[in-house]
Design a protein around this ligand. Sequence first.
Ligand code: PAF
Length: 293
Amino acid sequence: MQVVQTIAECRAARKQVERLALVPTMGALHEGHIALIRHARNLEAFVAVSIFVNPTQFGPREDFTKYPRPIEEDLSKCRDAGADLVFNPPPGEMYGSDAKPILIDIPHLTDSLEGKHRPSHFRGVCQVVAKLLNIVQPSTAVFGLKDFQQFAVLRAMVELLDFPVEMVGHATIRETDGLAMSSRNAFLSPIERRRALAISRALFAAKEQYIEHGINQTSRLVATMKQILLPPASNALTADGDLGRVPVSIDYVAAVDAVTLSPVEVVREPTLLAIAARVGSTRLIDNVVIGEV
Ligand code: PAF
């Protein structure tokens, strides 16, 4: 596995192969990323992974400085998962010291959900992914669907700007108890981690209400999810002592059309159920899709 830090080295390595799959990451790799790398390996004979904590997608009060950067562990995970090339540029290599702002905005997909709560987040994501696609020139790029809106936005960017790359979304990888894998799970204390399980439970419960009981009004599904996330003190979820003391706050609990990301009043497949919530000080997101996307 070759590890390169400059754009020139990355371009030189890329020239050696006809096709390749790229897995863009911000490092702190977990089983979810490993699944993306393995999937990429099934799609193309050569796999590149980018590891870059992109400053432009973090808001001023977000966790850019404390975002984990265990680069040696990440490289060994990439090697074990079968990556051929890792592009790990320092911030100066990507943006220089005097980067001028550049905006790729796709408001019909970014005005809701994450985009509404993290203004300018998707501009930063589009900026860095456009640069990575230009530098690495992959035939295929693989992204996790835990960031469902991110994938929808990037797929639209690629389509609207005619990038010659096939965009592949990979199902969310979960811990055995249902918690969606995320680099930010590392910030959770054991008790917060238990409390965070309410997020996936809420999503699965709402999906089950629709599938098993035919409840299709999204207001009812959203109410179910909110009740599981913020149960009354007497609820069994908080009954085992400390759990109730972990502060949880909801950024959004939403049901939207999984293609347009516009709110829907009644489930029309495919519908996306999505949650963003803070458990303690850690902000987590998760989603499930009802139907096929
Ligand atoms: O999903 C991520 O890890 C990041 O948003 C991405 C796509 C690597 C861009 O920095």
